[in-house]
Design a protein around this ligand. Structure first.
Ligand code: SAH
Length: 393
């Protein structure tokens, strides 16, 4: 198959030779033909002598996203190779095991295909295409998943209407591409049960990226009072309650999330829990009791570079409010999932919050995303989740 060729501005091939998976529009010197969103292209250096990569085109500042650094035909076999590589990596690391049947099966650039997210819930897979180029590959991806997962695949649900760029999301419908959900879905993560509603829930239904960090919270929770803010369906709360926290409060502005959180507490036969469907800032403002442990896991405060400054102010305010409320010798678990707030900026922001709260703190752990959300050294932008655990005196 012949793909359209794109030639880079002289010198711009260096980033590709270092395996960076994006090409910005300013790096393109000329195109062989007019290109539409989603067209597969081959990328060459300026004089056309050296092939660099194969990817797909988009009208926008990121003009090409790389799918392969070696010549490739983007067909079912290509996706079989990509997806089986991702699946085997997770199997080798035993991320899926006897007590965990939920994981991120494919994480965009980290697994070598920018724009593709696949989340695995006990054989039920949710796809989110973050670009039109990936959206156009849905049929190939579906066939590849059937081939790679075999009998393990129960259904595939496409939830891209929420993640595609605006001009494409209007015409996209969330739908099953293979099979359907046979009954209410309950998964297990480190032995804890969670009800998953991937159709109506946020993102793909669950925040899979906090699995290891929840386990760490469990380690500290015995005989402690725990406040889990931005709790969603209670990921952190279930682990804390199961680890014998004396009391767990969950706070989320979404009542369906708190409702599911309460159901998850019941499902795991846990007690000493209360859910509050309120804004975290309001909840913290009026709070007089203090807690031994507070978890702060807000949604991304900054979704773009322009929003970075306000995001930092938001993180500082939130963390300072929580730090003031923590008991002496308590613990703060604090996170940011804003891609544009890098770890150094986040750490500096938390330091500023501790100074403002006038608390002496010690750093217990730096946290980040688990290995099923792989970060490669070639693409540091992929490291979006960062966290800190502080001992608060
Ligand atoms: N910690 C969760 C994931 C958090 S996602 C887990 O482990 O599953 C962020 C959550 O913050 C979402 O559930 C969203 O409903 C909630 N949220 C957003 N703004 C909020 C606010 N101002 N106050 C409380 N919750 C909020």
């Amino acid at each position: 198959m012949e793909y359209s060729k794109v030639y880079l501005v002289k010198g711009k091939e260096i980033a590709i030779q270092r395996f960076h998976p994006w090409i910005f529009s300013g790096a393109i010197a000329r195109k062989e033909s007019n290109l539409n969103d989603g067209d597969i292209v081959e990328v060459y250096d300026n004089n056309g002598k050296n092939y660099l990569a194969t990817g797909y085109y988009a009208n926008g500042s990121i003009a090409i996203r790389i799918l392969s650094f070696e010549k490739a035909i983007i067909d079912v076999n290509f996706w079989i190779s990509k997806i089986s590589n991702a699946y085997n990596y997770r199997k080798k690391l035993q991320i899926l095991n006897r007590i965990t049947n939920v994981c991120r099966l494919f994480f965009g650039e980290g697994d070598g295909a920018s724009g593709l997210i696949l989340d695995y819930y006990d054989g039920n897979v949710v796809l989110q295409a973050h670009s039109y180029g990936i959206y156009l590959q849905r049929e190939n991806i579906t066939k590849a998943l059937i081939e790679v997962l075999g009998n393990d695949l129960k259904c595939l649900y496409d939830k891209s209407a929420e993640t595609l760029p605006k001009n494409f999301s209007q015409n996209a419908t969330n739908e099953f591409l293979y099979g359907k959900l046979e009954h209410e879905l309950i998964v297990i993560e480190n032995g804890h049960k969670f009800k998953i509603d991937f159709i109506n829930g946020q993102k793909t239904g669950f925040f899979i990226d906090q699995r290891d960090n929840r386990q760490l919270l469990a380690h500290y929770s015995k005989n402690k009072t725990v406040l889990n803010t931005f709790s969603y369906t209670g990921g952190f709360s279930i682990y804390a309650a199961a680890a014998e926290a004396t009391r767990v409060d969950s706070v989320d502005v979404s009542s369906p999330a708190i409702n599911l959180c309460n159901q998850n507490i019941e499902l795991n036969s846990l007690k000493n829990h209360e859910g509050f469907a309120v804004d975290t800032f309001e909840f913290l403002k009026d709070k007089k009791d203090t807690y031994d442990i507070i978890v702060l896991d807000p949604p991304a405060f900054a979704k773009s570079r322009d929003a970075k400054h306000n995001a930092v102010i938001g993180y500082k305010r939130l963390n300072s409010m929580a730090l003031k409320l923590i008991k002496k010798n308590g613990i703060l678990f604090t996170f940011s999932c804003s891609g544009v707030v890098d770890k150094y900026l986040f750490y500096n922001t938390i330091t500023a919050a501790a100074i403002e709260a006038k608390r002496n703190v010690k750093l217990l752990h730096y946290l980040h995303q688990p290995p099923d959300h792989p970060v490669t050294p070639y693409f540091s932008e992929g490291e979006y989740l960062k966290g800190m655990v502080l001992w608060v005196e």
